[in-house]
Design a protein around this ligand. Structure first.
Ligand code: WQD
Length: 351
């Protein structure tokens, strides 16, 4: 069985990708320091796949600790690199923390890849590299614009670092540009677990609907879009996950053309914030308490993907509809809420 090292395997997209990799015959280990993730998410992965996934609780910024993991797992043939700080808002307030963490961890990882001759490398990139595009949908050759945040710059720089590294090392690399990952595994055994108050739209919607948040804001309805709110390409996390499996199979079967290829992972459908809210209300039957607030600094007006390349080259075919994204996200939020109530009953001291 081909062995894959997944960094950030206890995270939202990492855990869903591990499920898909295992279901497609890969052996997987995770490296995650759990600074922004919950190790118990791997219990859910085990319940779904029947496989216990080993997580090395190590900070990728510690080169010696990371090197030791590679020494212990010389049979690893591929890396999927998710681990990074990812809050746009936080990165605007703390840019150095973002550059230090996201770039040091990537460079340490690539140094190990070179040292151990790991053949394949898949990078978690983002549509944020496009900045505010002039035209939509964006293709992989749409020129990246100035990023709107330090987070966005770490993704742009990450892509450039990997590109240069691949040319010099011969490591077969793929950059996957996610649009907006949302939803949860249909089993409801894993899903998004935001640390602290969420920033992203769908967890804000579900926490408002369940009553964890009294109300939510729509950041601007005066944009030049069909209803005045921003347009995004929401994509189910399981569709994102499966793209990683396809990318590794593409590399293993040596079908790749070149040392560093880029693929957009979006549905190709632009959805406004207000349309996303309406879709949630329709699916859940829960009217959302929201008000229109001023624009959020750093937001792009409209972006959605041209996903032809991933469809044609990787054979990727996103399965989940917007309604299913909202339904799985809502089901997961309700489960989390029940579990929290159960935990409180078992231990009333839990605040
Ligand atoms: C979507 C839309 C908000 C919250 C970022 C990164 C991307 C990826 C996902 C990591 C925007 C609006 C949001 C709220 C709102 N990062 N919104 N009220 O900013 O498009 O993408 O997160 O995986 O790389 O760039 O996602 O969900 O924060 O916002 O109106 O309470 O929802 O203004 O228009 P974003 P988001």
């Amino acid at each position: 069985m081909s062995k894959i090292l997944v960094t950030g395997g206890c995270g939202y997209i990492g855990s869903h990708t591990i499920v898909d990799l295992v279901e497609n015959g890969f052996d997987v280990i995770s490296v995650d320091n759990n600074s922004r993730s919950n190790p118990h998410i791997l219990d859910g992965v085990e319940k779904i796949t029947g496989k216990k996934i080993k997580n090395y609780k190590v900070d990728l910024c510690n080169y010696d600790d990371l090197f030791a993991i590679f020494q212990e797992n010389e049979d690893v043939i591929g890396i999927i690199h998710f681990a990074a700080y990812k809050s746009v808002g936080e990165s605007v307030k703390k840019p150095l923390m973002y550059f230090e963490n996201n770039l040091t961890s990537l460079i340490n990882l690539l140094k190990c890849v070179k040292e151990f001759g790991t053949p394949y490398f898949v990078f978690s990139s983002s549509c944020t590299v496009y900045g505010n595009p002039d035209h939509v949908p964006v293709t992989e050759s749409t020129p990246p614009r100035a990023a709107e945040s330090a987070y966005g710059y770490t993704k742009q720089m990450g892509e450039q670092i990997i590109n240069e590294f691949a040319k010099s090392s011969g490591t077969q690399s793929i950059l996957l540009r996610y649009f907006n990952p949302v939803g949860a595994h249909p089993s409801c055994l894993i899903g998004e677990m935001p640390v602290g108050k969420p920033e992203n739209l769908v967890p804000v919607i579900t926490q408002t609907a369940i009553g964890k948040m009294a109300k939510m804001n729509v950041y601007g309805d005066d944009y030049p879009t069909r209803d005045g709110s921003c347009v995004r390409d929401y994509i189910h996390v399981c569709d994102i996950a499966h793209a990683h499996t396809l990318a590794l199979q593409y590399l293993e079967e040596e079908r790749n053309n070149g040392l560093c290829e880029v693929f957009n992972l979006g549905t190709g459908n632009g959805v406004t914030v207000l349309e996303a809210i309406k879709a949630f209300e329709k699916i859940s039957g829960v009217p959302l308490n929201y008000s229109i607030d001023s624009r959020r600094p750093g937001d792009v007006i409209a972006i959605y993907a041209n996903n032809d390349l991933a469809r044609k080259v990787l054979g990727w075919n996103p399965q989940f509809s917007l309604d299913e994204m909202m339904a799985t996200a809502w089901k997961w939020e309700q489960k989390l809420h029940t579990d929290e109530k159960l935990l409180k009953k078992q231990d009333p001291d839990l605040n």
